[in-house]
Ligand binder design. Structure first.
Ligand SMILES: [Zn+2]
Length: 634
């Protein structure tokens, strides 16, 4: 081996193989996208730097290397570069008289609608700091108004996490601000952000790449927007649930007709129409890229058939009367014909992926084969909003396959394979040892077959994570794969893999979404308790606890049997081991580890009648999760 693959700290140049990809011409996409993205600019944030409690939540200047009109660097796919140029445009924009958006200060958009008495806000971004900064920008340039309503279009964090930056729990409790969301919003939020939250947050770093240094060899975009902000999310539980299509509300004097779209881009999501203005909000069901049928951060797989059908329903319900469409990512579309054309392409894209994947699956092809077979036809690529800057076709095909046929491809070889370390060790032995494997991988690298390099050397890294040559070669391969990726999320994942192979993974600090835990109803809080139960040494333990949540006047039964927890509201048992009484806040603090059980008992905030050890057994067996777990190494 040469020293070419010894560990290096700086990114590599593009290889000739990568340059042959990044110099390839792309379709002549609609130049009007740039006009749409800049139309109605009123003002920009003074500095572009939005301070957070500990560090800046956002700094759009980090991407100032992305110049409008500049050609793509040879380390960035030309099509992704174009999207990155669109997503770096930022400011407060007038979308229509009475409707404004702040874009480019978070991954998502915040929309301000002028109500009779104040602001009706659609989707208050991801965190408090960015949301507050955008509200301040709107108030300063458009006139100060109180926030009278917040609408969450769906259950993803970047559409509600900044709510405390635009209103407060007190204002909501006092009726000064209502919070409107699709039904099951809270259930789905908890499922996605808490039950699988630790794993998903870590994987999301690979999807969005916030730890990658911005630059032509680093972070350029996230496809759906520039990047995710850094900060702590909050949550206010909705006060109004929307439950059916056609439901109409007058929100601070603004008439809104809702369309339910469950199981689409999010499990709980809705579009809505403003009949007095001819505006259509498509939430995140339509955006200016091919979306994810399953994101690489992990999520429940989405229903592409429903997704397409709901877009078609939106066309039937609203398109005749629509003059403007806006969404919670990217720029709006103006004019009835333009909106119709846009919606139709988005509708047909998701239907095409769905139908063609299943057609090929019914011939017996497996997901990895279909992913190679289904290259997007040129007529799907005439508009950039169908390109996979966020989703990727090879990934979306697998999502459709998974939804109908599971991750398992039917070949019993894959029913129960060895896990990575076990398989890696055996593959390295089969290859004739580490040096022989590396020699073969190096030849593949020189020929530009980076996918094969990754597969081969990944086995070696999992067999021996201390092999510096292996780590370096795998990092180099990931890097070229990243440079070649049209999908921003693929690019981010590959470049994160390279970065962590070279510099290690982030520190393993205890992590928790405590801002979200605080707002949880008790059934959701208990769901997180059950998920955290470390059941290894709870064999034979049977517990029955009556739980009284004093401030909510709720009575729960909590049982433990066969190492699993169960719970039920409005049930108490006579022969319980103990009755535990506390307010929700105290319970939340104890569960979150912010306060010990003894402290809660000593202060009188929590009382236990009966066997004091029963409840303690549960609390003492709650697992604690550490962020920063390794991904590209064992
Ligand atoms: Zn979003």
């Amino acid at each position: 081996m040469t020293d070419e693959f010894l560990p290096r700290t700086l990114p590599n140049d593009a290889t000739e193989h990568t340059r042959s990809v990044t110099s390839r011409p792309i379709p002549q996409f609609d130049p009007a996208d740039f006009d749409r993205a800049q139309r109605g600019l009123i003002a920009q944030h003074d500095t572009g730097v939005i301070e957070g409690p500990l560090w800046p939540a956002w700094d759009i200047n980090r991407w100032s290397f992305i110049e409008q009109g500049a050609p793509n660097p040879d380390t960035v796919h030309p099509s992704l570069w174009r999207q990155a140029q669109l997503n770096v445009i930022h400011g407060l924009f007038e979308v229509a008289p009475g409707c404004w958006q702040a874009r480019g200060y978070d991954i998502s958009n915040i929309t301000f609608i002028e109500g009779r008495d104040g602001w009706v806000i659609v989707d208050p971004l991801t965190n408090t700091a960015t949301a507050a900064a955008c509200l301040e920008l709107a108030n300063r340039h458009l006139g100060e108004r109180p926030v009278t309503a917040v609408i969450y279009t769906h259950s993803h964090l970047d559409h509600f996490g900044g709510v405390l930056g635009v209103t407060s729990q007190d204002d909501v409790d006092a009726g000064r601000c209502q919070v409107i969301a699709p039904e099951h919003f809270l259930r789905e939020t908890v499922a996605e952000n808490l039950l699988a939250g630790m794993a998903m947050n870590r994987r999301a770093l690979y999807q969005f790449g916030p730890l990658l240094p911005p630059g032509p060899r680093g972070h350029v975009d996230s496809g759906l927007g520039k990047c995710v902000p850094l900060g702590v999310p909050g949550l206010i539980v909705p006060t109004v649930d929307i439950t059916r299509t056609g439901e109409e509300l007058v929100v601070d004097g603004v008439r809104i007709v809702f369309q339910m779209t469950p199981e689409t881009e999010a499990p709980a999501e809705m579009n809505f129409f403003f009949p007095d203005h001819q505006w259509l909000c498509m939430a995140e069901n339509c955006s200016h890229n091919m979306h994810n049928l399953i994101p690489i951060r992990g999520a429940q797989v989405r229903d592409s058939l429903s997704w397409s059908t709901y877009i078609d329903d939106a066309i039937e319900l609203f398109a005749d009367d629509t003059d403007l469409m806006f969404a919670s990512h990217h720029w709006p579309r103006w004019g009835n014909d333009d909106v119709r054309g846009f919606l139709a392409r988005q509708r047909d894209l998701y239907r095409w992926i769905h139908d063609q994947t299943l057609r090929l699956a019914n011939h017996g092809h497996v997901a990895t084969e279909i992913a190679e077979m289904l290259t997007p036809p040129a007529d799907h690529y005439e508009e950039s909003h169908t390109v996979g800057y966020y989703g990727a076709m090879v990934h979306n095909v697998k999502a459709v396959y998974q939804r109908y046929l599971s991750w398992y491809d039917g070949n019993p070889c894959h029913l129960n394979p060895h896990p990575p370390v076990e398989a890696g060790t055996r593959y390295v032995e089969l290859a004739g040892g580490a040096d022989a494997l590396l020699a073969s991988a190096k030849a593949a690298y020189d020929s530009g077959d980076y996918r094969w390099v990754a597969e081969l050397v990944n086995h070696l890294v999992f067999a021996d994570a201390t092999n510096t040559e292996a780590r370096a070669l795998l990092a180099d391969a990931y890097e070229q794969l990243g440079y070649q990726s049209e999908s921003a999320t693929f690019r981010n994942a590959y470049l994160m893999g390279a970065q962590e192979l070279r510099h290690g993974h982030p520190p393993r600090n205890p992590a928790a979404n405590r801002g979200l835990v605080r707002a949880l109803p008790i059934d959701q809080l208990l769901a997180t308790v059950a998920m955290r139960l470390n059941a290894d040494d709870l064999g034979g333990v049977d517990l029955a606890i009556n739980l009284v949540v004093s401030d909510l006047d709720e009575r729960w039964f909590v049982g433990l049997s066969h190492r699993a927890l169960r719970y039920r509201i409005d049930k108490q048992v006579d022969d319980a081991d103990a009755t535990v009484t506390a307010a929700r806040e105290t319970l939340t603090q104890v569960v979150a580890g912010e306060r010990t059980l003894d402290d809660a008992i000593d202060s009188g905030d929590l009382t236990i009648d009966g066997d004091g050890g029963a409840f303690r057994t549960i609390i003492e067996h709650l697992d604690v999760f550490l962020g920063g777990f390794p991904i590209v190494e064992p």
